[in-house]
Design a protein around this ligand. Sequence first.
Ligand SMILES: Cc1cc2nc3c(=O)[nH]c(=O)nc-3n(C[C@H](O)[C@H](O)[C@H](O)COP(=O)(O)OP(=O)(O)OC[C@H]3O[C@@H](n4cnc5c(N)ncnc54)[C@H](O)[C@@H]3O)c2cc1C
Length: 301
Amino acid sequence: MNWMNRFIATTLPAVPKPIVRFFSKKYIAGNTINDAVRTIKNLQEQGCIATVDVLGENIKNLREADKTVHEYLRVLDRIEQEQLNCNVSIKLTQFGLVLDKNRCYENVHKIVESVKTKNNFLRVDMEDSECTTSTLEIFSRFAQEYPENVGIVIQAYLRRSMNDISVLLENVPKLNVRLCKGIYVEPRQIAFKDPAIINYNFMALLEKLFEGGAYVGIATHDERLVWHSQELIRKMKIPHSRYEYQMLLGVDEELRQSIVANGHRLRVYVPYGQKWYAYSLRRLKENPQIAGYVLRGMLHR
Ligand SMILES: Cc1cc2nc3c(=O)[nH]c(=O)nc-3n(C[C@H](O)[C@H](O)[C@H](O)COP(=O)(O)OP(=O)(O)OC[C@H]3O[C@@H](n4cnc5c(N)ncnc54)[C@H](O)[C@@H]3O)c2cc1C
């Protein structure tokens, strides 16, 4: 990222919300479940599968968590009714992780039960490093009871991730991991800062996961990582049934199409809902064109 983009990324929270909304439209399916279903059908026509995220994180009270449970149950019903090739992704802070860990577990339990009944799958997204240990704990409890139906996310920028993977491989049956770089701003004691080291670590973690027999969602838009991962898959003779690629809605559709055209399974992360702001900021900060977009938006207000 050049200095201008870095500057804009840091000052994004001061950008008026309508401008943030305008430039982040492509990353979000819309406000409602119908918007998400339409987007998923469209992606399926392009040869992709999907995972749905109901937007919202870091809730202020547990009533909000109840509403989110209800919404995810509706999503699972819709996926079943419409026979979509789609699973769900959740953030534990949506269900009260920071407010009350037990209530969080109980809330998610309701969703996992429905996931199991419907023979679907739930991915627990990984949030900032304050949540890593508790997220892994709750995931591991679910993974013992529902080994076929739950998966976790590991972030390659975290120094602890290699160790976390070793522990998970030892303790979790049928481990299913989404591997990504990681998006939250973390101190250097906790996370690698050098993009090259994050990429080396991504590949080292991927190799460890494949060696350990895990199923991996390779979540990246970094074409270098896509190339290196395909080399690894070829060298280790990893069958298609052991991995998928994953990308975010609205990011690098050209790369997405080329991965699909090469015969790999590709899942698109489809967020929807009213609480679009925090997610949009994270996406805009990662967009290399952000400075140009935002400046143009400001000039044309
Ligand atoms: C399916 C999926 C789920 C994820 N889940 C989590 C999670 O649970 N926890 C977590 O911390 N992180 C999550 N992430 C985010 C991830 O950690 C990275 O922050 C994000 O994917 C960007 O890293 P990258 O590997 O694409 O590489 P980068 O080097 O950041 O990007 C590579 C290239 O992709 C393009 N690109 C990337 N982002 C954008 C954007 N927003 N707009 C336009 N172009 C872009 C650019 O061309 C860029 O040069 C997820 C990512 C994906 C794909």
